[in-house]
Design a protein around this ligand. Structure first.
Ligand code: HEC
Length: 114
């Protein structure tokens, strides 16, 4: 990463770049990005078979519902008026929140971001 070596003279420009480089949001896909986050943090309670609270994050049909009605982001963002998710666990990282938001705002496609 040559970038870091030559950028110390401009800390204000450098800081957002570090944030950006630490969080790769250039190619967010459901299969490559979203499902792995759900696998680590959500599917123990929200697989198709378990579906706690009636929420199935494993199937595309299920996740489309909460992606579309705002419940998915409201929950992981700990927004007021939503059940905070993941339930009784640490909040997702800012990077993971950003990826989920990008996926939702880009139309939560079943797989590839168009
Ligand atoms: C330990 C179990 C558990 C885990 C882990 C978990 N949830 Fe939940 N989730 C629940 C339960 C239980 C409810 C229903 C709450 C209720 O209705 O009282 C729920 C509800 C929800 C809802 C509906 C919220 C609403 O306001 O209607 C969403 C969306 C959701 N979860 C998403 C997630 C996501 C995304 C993750 C992972 C980041 C996650 N959950 C992790 C147990 C869990």
């Amino acid at each position: 990463m040559v970038f870091f070596a030559y950028s110390y003279d401009n800390e204000q420009d450098l800081y957002p770049s570090i944030q950006y480089q630490g969080c790769n949001t250039t190619h967010v896909t459901r299969s490559g990005t979203i499902i792995p986050i759900f696998h680590d943090h959500c599917l123990a309670c929200h697989s198709t078979a378990i579906s706690q609270g009636g929420v199935d994050l494993e199937s595309y049909t299920g996740v489309s519902v909460v992606a579309g009605n705002g419940r998915l982001f409201g929950g992981v963002n700990w927004s007021s008026g939503f059940f905070i998710m993941p339930y009784v666990r640490d909040k997702l990282s800012d990077c993971n929140l950003k990826k989920i938001l990008i996926w939702i705002q880009s139309g939560f496609s079943e797989n590839l971001l168009s």
